[in-house]
Design a protein around this ligand. Structure first.
Ligand code: BTN
Length: 243
């Protein structure tokens, strides 16, 4: 299949790599432009947040995009919301699958993790953002790492990796342009309308503490607002468990 790309973007297709994020970081250090996408059929050292292993078998989607948002790093982190909103939209268009956004950067289907995102910084000036996306298309890990997982196939969507990649990239590029021009507002609204767990009890695991409270929503920058006994706490990083 010939994958349709956003205008001026470039796809680098590989068979096996260690990690598409590592490949993209290496290209960014060699001045690769915005919109270079590294896509691999399989990864031998795929990793997720907090250096966790990422299930990277053939049949799933692994890609990393080089982005040059020209915004301060704190704002550039909002790209993870841009990407989750784009993936939810792409899956709805492609296979009528109702997926949800889970803070900060996961996509769930039927309460199980379908996809994860990893944002990293690279480039000579450390101003490039590498957006790594993994989507369980054909398989998902049997052993629960942190959260139960699922795949598109298990959820009844029989689609190819190529169609998911194409649909995601086109949707991501649209939302990325909106975010660059308008900031977080529209992206945040779209994220909240597809979010899982708003108004419900959640547990947030931080490096040095575990907090429980009510998930009130997001602030203007994407921080999670957690109500604990009537006091609102802003969370900028952590693992969230719903219910
Ligand atoms: C997470 O949920 O912890 C994030 C998972 C990110 C996995 C993707 S797969 C493509 C890219 N290459 C990697 O090594 N990681 C990301």
């Amino acid at each position: 299949m010939n994958i349709k790309m956003p205008k001026d973007w470039l796809l680098i297709a590989k068979d096996t790599v260690g990690s598409t994020n590592e490949e993209a970081k290496r290209l960014a250090m060699h001045k690769a432009p915005e919109g270079v996408v590294v896509w691999a059929k399989e990864q031998t050292a795929g990793h997720g947040r907090r250096s966790r292993n990422w299930h990277s078998s053939r049949g799933n989607l692994f890609c990393s995009i080089i982005l040059k948002p020209e915004k301060p790093l704190a704002e550039a982190c909002q790209i993870s919301f841009v990407a989750t909103v784009a993936l939810v939209e792409a899956l709805d268009k492609l296979c009528k699958l109702k997926a949800c956004c889970k803070w900060p950067n996961d996509v769930l289907v039927n309460g199980k993790k379908l996809s994860g995102l990893l944002l990293e910084v690279s480039g000579e000036e450390q101003s490039d953002i590498i957006l790594g996306l993994g989507v369980n298309v054909a398989t998902s890990p049997d052993k629960e790492v942190l959260y139960p997982a699922t795949s598109l196939k298990k959820e009844g969507a029989d689609v190819s990796v190529e169609t998911v990649l194409e649909a995601f990239l086109l949707s991501f590029n649209n939302w990325y342009e909106i975010w660059k021009k308008e900031g977080f507002a529209s992206v945040g609204k779209a994220w909240l309308s597809n979010a899982k767990g708003i108004g419900g009890k959640i547990t947030v695991r931080l490096p040095a503490a575990t907090l429980q409270g009510t998930f009130k929503g997001l602030d203007n920058n994407g921080a999670l607002l957690l109500d604990i006994d009537g006091k609102t706490k802003k969370i900028t990083a952590g693992d969230v468990f719903l219910g």
